[in-house]
Design a protein around this ligand. Sequence first.
Ligand code: SF4
Ligand code: SF4
Length: 110
Amino acid sequence: MTYVVTENCIRCKYMDCVEVCPVDCFYVGANMLVIHPDECIDCGVCEPECPAEAIVPDSDDRAAPWMERNRTYAGEWPNITRKGTPPDDADEWKDKPNKVELFSADPGEP
Ligand code: SF4
Ligand code: SF4
């Protein structure tokens, strides 16, 4: 099992999750984070830390559409180990549905 970042993270990007991950397996894109599935040790501590409830175990139905994207972009985006400044409008995007079309493949700033 591994944990997966899903579309709730898009444009929220609070980054509370990176502070608690014991193996630093988060990678940062322009408007969301992903988890490297081969580095995640399935500890689960990040899941309750996410204000957007964007992190789910891969056994959750919400994970399926995002598993491949987490694997792909964890190999392309920079590693992030410290919480940065969330977007100014993060709270406005929290809980908004159907953000998948806003996904950006561009790398972010670690
Ligand atoms: S805490 Fe949640 S919303 Fe914030 S970056 Fe991590 S997964 Fe995304
Ligand atoms: S489950 Fe644990 S190891 Fe995996 S991303 Fe979350 S905090 Fe990191």
